[in-house]
Design a protein around this ligand. Structure first.
Ligand SMILES: Nc1ncnc2c1ncn2[C@@H]1O[C@H](COP(=O)(O)OP(=O)(O)OP(=O)(O)O)[C@@H](O)[C@H]1O
Length: 260
C-alpha cells in the first residue's frame, strides 16, 4: 500500500548549508499494519510524512500510495491518505459536525452520501455527545477527535499520525491509541511517528528507528531486540543512535580529509 524507496530530501540553510533532512529512506507498509517511525526531534520524520501526503516534493527517490506516485499523481494520492498531527487548526465558531462536513465537501462528497458518512464516523469515534459544540468550547480530547474525523471523512485506506499524541493528557492519548488500533482492525494502513518509545512498543507492528535523516534499522520489536542482542528497547534505541553518530563523525572527518 505504501512504498518508499531511496527517498531523499535536501534543504539549504545558513548554518548547515545544503544538508539531507531525509537520506535514502526506504520502507513499505501493508493494509492492517501500524508502522512506527521513531526518532528524536529533527530526525526527518515530519519531512517523510509531508512528502507522502504530497505537501513536499522529494529531491530524489520514489514514494507511492496504493500504486500512485506522490510527485506525479498527487490528486490520486490525496484521495487515499488522511493526515493527523497535533496542531490541526480547529475553527472556534464551527461545530464538530460542521467542521467535518466542511472537509467532506472539500473532498467533493455530496449531501446524502456525506451525511451517511458523518453519522457513521461520529458513531465510530464516539463524537455524538459533542456534535453541536463549537471549536472554541471543545476540550483537547474533543479537538483531537475532530482532527481524526477530518482525516477520515473521505475514508482513505492510508492514515498518517505525526506526533499526534504530543500535548495530550494521558487519558486522551490512550484513547487516541485505542482509535488507531481500531483503524488497524478495520484494515487501514497506518504510519505513526513519535519520539516516545513506549508508544511504538505498545502499538506498532513494525518500527523504523530514524536519526539524522536515515533509517538506522527497522523490523518488529522482536526482530530488533534479537538482532541487537538487547532486551531493553530503550537501551537499543540509544545505542543505535550513538553508534550512528560515532560512525557519522568518522565519515565526516574522512570526507573533510579527502576534500582538503
Ligand atoms: N523548510 C526547511 N528548511 C530547512 N531545514 C528544514 C526545513 N524543514 C525541516 N528542516 C530541517 O530538517 C530536519 C528534519 O526535520 P523534520 O521536521 O522532518 O524532523 P522530525 O523528525 O519530524 O522532528 P520534529 O519532531 O522536531 O518535527 C531538521 O534538521 C529540520 O531543522
Amino acid at each position: 500500500m505504501i512504498h518508499v524507496q531511496h527517498l531523499t530530501k535536501t534543504y539549504e540553510d545558513l548554518r548547515r548549508g545544503r544538508f539531507r533532512a531525509v537520506d535514502q529512506v526506504s520502507f513499505t507498509v501493508q493494509p492492517g499494519e501500524i508502522f512506527g517511525l521513531l526518532g528524536p526531534n529533527g530526525a526527518g520524520k515530519t519531512t517523510v510524512l509531508r512528502i507522502l501526503s504530497t505537501v513536499l516534493r522529494p529531491t530524489s527517490g520514489i514514494a507511492t500510495i496504493d500504486g500512485y506516485d506522490v510527485t506525479h499523481e498527487p490528486a490520486e494520492v490525496r484521495r487515499r491518505i488522511g493526515f493527523v498531527s497535533n496542531n490541526t487548526a480547529i475553527y472556534d465558531r464551527m461545530t464538530a459536525w460542521e467542521m467535518v462536513e466542511y472537509f467532506g465537501k472539500l473532498h467533493g462528497m455530496q449531501n446524502e452520501f456525506l451525511k451517511t458518512r458523518l453519522e457513521k464516523l461520529f458513531e465510530q469515534l464516539r463524537m455524538n455527545e459533542f456534535r453541536d459544540v463549537p471549536g472554541g468550547k471543545m476540550s483537547t480530547g474533543m479537538r483531537q477527535k475532530v482532527s481524526i474525523a477530518r482525516a477520515l471523512v473521505h475514508d482513505p485506506p492510508v492514515l498518517v499520525f505525526d506526533e499526534a499524541t504530543l500535548g495530550l493528557d494521558v487519558l486522551v492519548a490512550r484513547n487516541l491509541l485505542e482509535v488507531i488500533r481500531e483503524l488497524r482492525a478495520a484494515g487501514k494502513c497506518l504510519i505513526f511517528s513519535t519520539h516516545i518509545m513506549s508508544e511504538v512498543e505498545r502499538l506498532c507492528d513494525r518500527i523504523a528507528i530514524m536519526h539524522q535523516g536515515r533509517i538506522l534499522d527497522s523490523g518488529t520489536l522482536e526482530e530488533l531486540t534479537s538482532r541487537h542482542s538487547e532486551d531493553n528497547f530503550e537501551e537499543l534505541f540509544f545505542s543505535l543512535l550513538s553508534d550512528h553518530e560515532d560512525e557519522h563523525h568518522t565519515l565526516e572527518d574522512g570526507r573533510m580529509e579527502v576534500t582538503q
